[in-house]
Design a binder for this molecule. Structure first.
Ligand SMILES: Cc1cc2nc3c(=O)[nH]c(=O)nc-3n(C[C@H](O)[C@H](O)[C@H](O)COP(=O)(O)OP(=O)(O)OC[C@H]3O[C@@H](n4cnc5c(N)ncnc54)[C@H](O)[C@@H]3O)c2cc1C
Length: 413
């Protein structure tokens, strides 16, 4: 097979798909298909919510990132027939006759069948989700007059975040800091209420004890109410009901944000290949799908054995796998030997409110404003393409990364 004529199709423009496409640039004919026109650096979606970063920093357009040799199609893949080598798009278009296929469609929010959750809570995985949540926070603040008694103000400004994994604690501390700042600016009485609700017995269960201490301190400082061993049973447009120790409690809420987990992408659910009991595609150490050697799967949809277990479902893993997939696609197309690799943690960094973060690097954890700066520096280096990294790094350095206050709708900047 000649490399020049070979056609590689990549589905999904996130950490797995985009970084594979960037590494494959110039290796034959490459097509990236994604339902969004941009990549999203998800670890900084919290900073986008708070206005510490702008959309172009973390969600650059695919066409700006990819060179002319890569064809980009914005569309939703609705069906993959691996035997016929055919892909169907929502627009009705069909892509067939590919030589290699890379599947990196990621996961979707898992509402776990909780009554009202899919209908009434805010997911938090995309730019549009962060925009809707921020708008909801502003609208809720705008409805509260400064002379309202503190207890009524708090009732009207109660926000709940479901799930106390990294996402839930990053989100709840960010929201609490933003809301408290808005209280001061708008001279509201009392304080907002932000709850984080977790089924397990501790916050950030997937992280080590060292970093958890920083997280717990930050939750206290941001005055986030933590409810562990607590299960959400119902969400409505204006309330949330949870169960703890057998008792049910219903609270009024301005918004419920769902950070309670990820489930398999429906496109993969339909795919008839070997999977784990959680529905992940079982891939070989080369990231190939065993029954279809020309198909590779990576990121949140694939189960890869040779990786530190805590890496499962992370950008860190998808990003590292992408370079192996790109190498193996090239090898497959040229008839060379495919490789395998062990993947390790690259360190952890969590944003904690608008002023602090916690970073675990080289086995040492540190926190506070310095960790916040370190996180920005670390993430600059993880953004796609040199050109984009330089532009964003310069913008953060020269223009700063201060949060954007929740000003009334009429005077939003
Ligand atoms: C808010 C948030 C914060 C996170 N923070 C961190 C963090 O700090 N560190 C970390 O390591 N991980 C983090 N993660 C997890 C990380 O984002 C994922 O593990 C990673 O993005 C997985 O990469 P992926 O390529 O498998 O999927 P994604 O990056 O999700 O990419 C999938 C892409 O495919 C597109 N797509 C989906 N279905 C279709 C379809 N049918 N047709 C066409 N396109 C489709 C999607 O729109 C998306 O662009 C975070 C996730 C979220 C949501």
């Amino acid at each position: 097979m000649s490399n020049k004529a070979a056609h590689t199709v990549i589905i999904g423009g996130g950490f797995g798909g985009l970084f594979t496409a960037l590494d494959l640039a110039g290796s034959g004919d490459v097509t990236l298909i994604s339902d969004q026109d941009h990549f999203l650096f998800t670890p900084m979606l919290y900073e986008y919510l708070s206005g510490e970063v702008e959309e172009w920093h973390i969600a650059p357009n695919h066409k700006e990132l990819l060179d002319e040799s890569t064809n980009f199609i914005r569309d939703d893949v609705t069906d993959m027939d691996l035997d016929a080598r055919s892909i169907t798009l929502k627009s009705g278009r069909k892509i067939s006759e590919y030589d290699a296929l890379v599947v990196a469609v990621g996961g979707v929010t898992n509402f776990a069948g909780v009554e009202g959750a899919a209908e009434f809570s805010f997911p938090f995985r995309k730019i549009a989700h962060a925009d809707s949540l921020r708008l909801r926070m502003v609208e809720a603040l705008d409805q509260v007059p400064p002379d309202l008694p503190p207890q009524d103000t708090q009732r009207a400004l109660t926000f709940a975040v479901v799930g106390a994994g990294a996402s839930g604690v990053e989100l709840s501390t960010k929201m609490a800091d933003l809301l408290r700042d808005a209280f001061k600016r708008r001279a509201l009485r009392g304080e907002p209420r932000v709850l984080v609700i977790e089924m397990g017995d501790k916050v950030v269960p997937g992280m080590g004890g060292e970093i958890r201490e920083f997280v717990e301190d930050a939750l206290r400082e941001s005055r986030v109410e933590v409810h562990t061993l607590t299960r959400v049973v119902r969400v409505t447009a204006k309330s949330l009901t949870f169960e703890h120790n057998g008792g049910l409690t219903e609270i009024e809420t301005a918004a419920v944000v769902w950070a309670g987990g990820v489930r398999m992408n429906p496109l993969i659910e339909e795919l008839k290949v070997e999977k784990t009991n959680r529905g992940l595609i079982l891939v070989e150490p080369t990231l190939q799908i065993p029954a279809h050697k020309n198909v590779f799967a990576l990121g949140d949809v694939a189960f890869y054995k040779d990786a530190t277990p805590t890496l499962a479902g992370t950008a860190q893993l998808a990003f590292q796998e992408a370079s192996l997939v790109a190498r193996n696609v090239k090898a497959f197309l040229s008839g060379a030997e495919l490789q395998t690799k062990h993947f390790e943690e690259l360190g952890e960094a969590v944003s904690l409110g608008t002023e602090r973060a916690a970073v675990l690097a080289g086995g040492k954890a540190f926190g506070g404003p310095l960790a916040r700066q370190a996180r920005f520096a670390l993430y600059t280096s993880r953004l796609p393409t040199w050109h984009h990294r330089l532009r964003v790094g310069a913008s953060w350095f020269f223009e700063g990364t201060s949060p954007r206050p929740l000003l009334p709708l009429g005077i939003q900047r």
